[in-house]
Write a protein that binds this ligand. Structure first.
Ligand code: FE2
Ligand code: FE2
Length: 285
């Protein structure tokens, strides 16, 4: 093993900051107590984001006959999920443009995977044993795998070797292999980026522990489990990020925090798939 963690951290320090409106949206969207109107105020002060939200709501995916021109109305239709997704796709374009070469993935995979995980985490949150804010779960899901874009370049040409090591049982999961190869896995890299961007809790903790929820601070653990399960659902739906898809371990202790029957999973998968298509269509159209 070669420890490249300091190089990775140095790269992260060069990543440009989030736009002020994306940072404010994340600040609000990660709070337990917040509503859509708080987010509207931020969008109103950002001309480019306003224009994009209007474009989305007037796209074929929403199917309105008359053009919607008022931003408050537009956001009442798009809702928080689409709004936060839009703001992040802009602000983190550089990350989403990664082709994930180190994972033998493709451009666009990370966005699809994060979005489907976000939708899954939000649905799973409805099954939490104590109340869990689904919008917060969505935002956490949307950011959970950013670390992959950061370490992908360092992992080039390692995927075959990692798969072999996994198949032979030498390493337990993909994140452990990353840690062995680079001295840092994508969870830690994402956590370092969250610190660089000064993202508020629970975001840094969820990103850091999404593959080992049992190790997360107790106050965020249920939320981390929701994202952990959302992540699994996304991979099961065929939206992974390349070679590492389904190469992680499901932490079964989720059942201490979340009540999920087997047919709940199938229903959630169908539900998030249709929401996913709608958001994708509206953002591309
Ligand atoms: Fe991950
Ligand atoms: Fe993931």
């Amino acid at each position: 093993m070669e420890d490249r963690s300091s190089e990775i951290v140095r790269d992260i320090s060069q990543i440009k900051p989030l736009s002020p409106s994306a940072a404010s949206l994340l600040d609000i969207a990660s709070k337990e107590e917040h509503d859509l109107m708080d987010l509207v105020q931020i969008v109103k002060h950002d001309a480019s984001l306003t224009a994009q939200v209007l474009k989305v709501v007037n796209s074929a995916a929403y199917g309105f006959d008359k053009e919607i021109t008022a931003i408050d109305r537009a956001i009442s239709f798009t809702g928080e999920d689409a709004l936060v997704s839009l703001a992040m796709s802009e602000a983190a374009a550089m990350i989403y443009e990664s082709d994930l070469a180190g994972y033998s993935g493709q451009k666009g995979d990370l966005w699809d995977h994060n979005l489907l995980t976000a939708l899954g985490a939000k649905k799973v949150a409805e099954h939490a044993k104590s109340p869990l804010n689904g919008d917060v779960a969505f935002t956490c899901g949307l950011l959970h795998d950013f670390g992959k874009a950061i370490i992908s370049g360092f992992l080039e040409n390692t995927a075959d070797k990692v798969i072999k090591a996994l198949d032979s049982g030498k390493v337990a999961d993909y994140a452990t292999a990353e840690e062995k190869i680079l001295g840092m896995d994508h969870c830690r890299a994402g956590f370092e980026l969250a610190k660089h961007w000064q993202l508020p809790e629970p975001l840094p903790s969820v990103i850091r522990y999404h593959h080992e929820p049992h190790a997360a601070p107790e106050e965020y653990r249920a939320l981390v489990y929701a994202v952990h399960l959302g992540d699994m659902l996304a991979m099961m739906s065929g939206k992974g990020t390349g070679a590492d898809a389904m190469r992680y371990v499901l932490d079964n202790r989720y059942s201490d925090y979340i009540d999920l029957a087997e047919n709940d999973l199938a229903l959630i998968m169908m539900d998030i798939d249709s929401q996913f298509m709608k958001i994708k269509e509206s953002m591309e159209g």
